[in-house]
Design a protein around this ligand. Structure first.
Ligand code: SF4
Length: 366
């Protein structure tokens, strides 16, 4: 019997490499074709095939070619510092902004209350930290290029939530999310409003929402409610990246499991220790590694470098080949990875320190 695929935006999803093809089929996701990829080579995540699927990216690309406006929407639940998994989406929106999209970035503080029990005021320190991170990643916050809001303080998203709710039944939400608290259902409707917000503020235009595949239920709900409530709007599109598994071998980098990731605020010693212990695609000993070669496609060291810390595509390709041929040893590669990660984070923290006040201003926090 085929495995039941569990896609849970608030929990752990049970996906393995081979499940993604089935997801593409079952949920009507379009693959990134080679011709679309070629048109979007500027985007590191598309170029490196970390983004594997999309909905309506062709519309975004058309707008791009015609010089018409398009938006890129994302957000963060302020329940902890950015880590390797959560920062992927933040880096993706910076890439899309560089391609000409206006960024809309929502702070999901309603969701951090509903999912994690963090009161809005207590989430403020974390949201300032998260915004300083994304500014340090290179987000341009000028008003014509970006709009940042807090769910709890943005009246428009609450209005949209009330409006679309009229067409939502408990059965619908149950079918998409399973049995959940009313608060989580509510936060999913607030997210619908977040995703529609660019078109409410700036008029109908293609929108891309870069997400991990586990967030697809929100995208499907949003497209359904947009179709039924906002006839002249574009259905919000999406790109989907592969979920990073935990560096400790667990299914997913989850804030609930600190050994599964490292954050951009963590002491260097702790990051070093976690990378030293991370799961690789290496063999049992050096001799086997030389004879059989490693499996970089299964290796977290390789993925850490590919997602975030290796700028040079050619170096990545060379390392892949050397690993497969048994010419690269895991100990040496881990050492190199640690050096790259620590150098990046040291530089990132210096940039970030200077951006805390800017983040407070953007969030209207004293
Ligand atoms: S050599 Fe590098 S890429 Fe290959 S399995 Fe070891 S750590 Fe991973």
């Amino acid at each position: 019997m085929a495995k039941k695929l569990n896609i849970d935006p608030w929990g752990t999803s049970n996906l393995e490499e081979e499940d993604y093809a089935r997801l593409i089929q079952e949920f009507g996701i379009s693959e990134i074709t080679e011709s679309l990829r070629q048109k979007m080579l500027k985007n590191r995540f598309i170029r490196r095939k970390i983004i594997f699927g999309h909905r309506d990216m062709n519309l975004v690309f058309k707008a791009m070619e015609a010089g018409q406006p398009w938006a890129v929407m994302s957000g963060i639940k302020p329940s902890g510092p950015f880590h390797l998994g959560t920062s992927t989406t933040a880096l993706e929106i910076v890439e899309f902004q560089k391609m000409g999209g206006k960024v809309f970035y929502g702070i999901a503080d309603v969701e951090s209350w509903e999912d994690n029990g963090i009161p809005w005021e207590e989430a403020e320190e974390t949201m300032v930290d998260n915004i300083a991170d994304i500014l340090a990643f290179g987000l341009d916050p000028s008003p014509e290029k970006a709009y940042i809001w807090r769910q709890s303080k943005e009246p428009i998203v609450k209005d949209v939530c009330f409006k679309v709710s009229r067409l939502v039944t408990q059965n619908m939400l149950n079918a998409i999310y399973g049995e959940r608290t009313f608060g989580l259902y509510l936060s999913s409707l607030i997210q619908v409003a977040d995703i529609i917000l660019p078109q409410i503020l700036d008029g109908p235009q293609p929108t891309v929402v870069p997400v991990g595949i586990d967030q697809d239920p929100h995208i499907r709900l949003t497209r359904d409610l947009t179709r039924r409530n906002y006839k002249d709007f574009f259905l919000p599109g999406a790109t989907y990246h592969y979920l990073l598994s935990g560096i400790d071998g667990s299914d997913k980098m989850a804030k609930r499991n600190p050994n599964s990731y490292f954050t951009f605020n963590e002491p260097f010693k702790s990051i070093e220790k976690k990378i030293k212990g991370t799961l690789t695609g290496g063999r049992r000993n050096l001799e086997e590694q030389r004879q059989l070669g490693g499996e970089p496609q299964k290796c977290m060291v390789y993925k850490i470098l590919m997602y975030h810390f290796e700028e040079d595509d050619e170096k990545l390709a060379d390392d892949f080949e050397m690993c497969v041929k048994g010419e690269l040893m895991c100990g040496d590669h881990k050492k190199e990875c640690i050096e790259k990660v620590l150098a990046f984070i040291e530089n990132h923290q210096k940039k970030k320190e200077k951006l805390i006040d800017k983040a407070k201003t953007l969030l209207k926090i004293e």
